[in-house]
Design a protein around this ligand. Structure first.
Ligand code: ADP
Ligand code: 5GP
Length: 189
């Protein structure tokens, strides 16, 4: 069997749409997928662990790494800095490793410019704004003000979805996981 060229699957979605849930499910179903770990200046949330969920660094450390050219792309999201490690991406892809990572729309489009066909952009839409608001409220992690800003940002993010390779709607979780898995398997198998 021919070995297909390794890809980085870049997943974007308005906050609260369900991208973390979908990524966790698809990684369970496709164990060869590896999650790339980004750098961020935001503090860990809940039971997040350093070097597992993110490399958590201070603003000074982040700026230092940026100066050293360690990042393939960086972005500021909700006031925190995020950066994707150039070395991790290059080493993994050239070693044939398929990667997955959720990245905001600015970072995703930058990665596409740099990695071209090696990056597959997948946008996940909420079924409706009302449902998005409900998921954000039910998650109980954000204040009313933050939920309002996430909903405003969602309108801008959804406009960018036309530039993505694939767009899926996270309505029924079971159905969306199946669709998501089929898209990824189309590149792997
Ligand atoms: P994101 O990573 O996009 O911010 P999460 O994965 O944290 O979103 O999901 C936000 C909330 O919505 C969570 O409480 C999650 O359990 C729930 N959720 C995810 N997908 C669905 C779905 N298809 N239907 C209903 N609730 C969902
Ligand atoms: P969170 O802090 O909730 O994990 O992520 C907030 C936002 O930052 C999400 O939209 C997520 O996709 C995005 N993000 C996470 N890592 C990176 C990264 O390395 N680069 C960019 N551009 N965005 C990222």
């Amino acid at each position: 069997m021919l070995n297909k060229e390794a890809k980085l699957f870049v997943i974007s979605a308005p906050s609260g749409t369900g991208k973390s849930t979908l990524i966790a499910e698809v990684m369970r179903l496709i164990p060869t997928l590896k999650k790339t770990i980004s750098y961020t200046t935001r503090p860990p949330r809940g039971d997040e662990k350093n070097s597992v969920d993110y490399n958590f660094v201070s603003v000074d450390e982040f700026k230092q790494l940026e100066k050293q050219g360690k990042f393939i792309e960086t972005a500021t999201v909700y006031g925190n800095l995020y950066g994707t490690s150039l070395e991790t991406i290059k080493t993994s892809l050239s070693g044939g490793q398929f990667l997955i990572k959720d990245i905001d729309t600015q970072g995703a489009l930058n990665l596409k410019k740099i990695l071209k066909d090696r990056a597959v952009l997948i946008f996940v839409k909420p079924p409706t704004f009302m449902e998005l608001e409900k998921r954000l409220r039910d998650r109980c992690t954000d204040s009313d003000a933050i939920i309002k800003s996430r909903l405003e940002n969602a309108v801008k993010e959804i406009k960018e979805s036309v530039k993505y390779d694939h767009v899926i709607v996270n309505d029924s979780l079971e159905h969306t996981v199946g669709e998501f898995k089929d898209i990824i398997n189309g590149y792997i198998k």
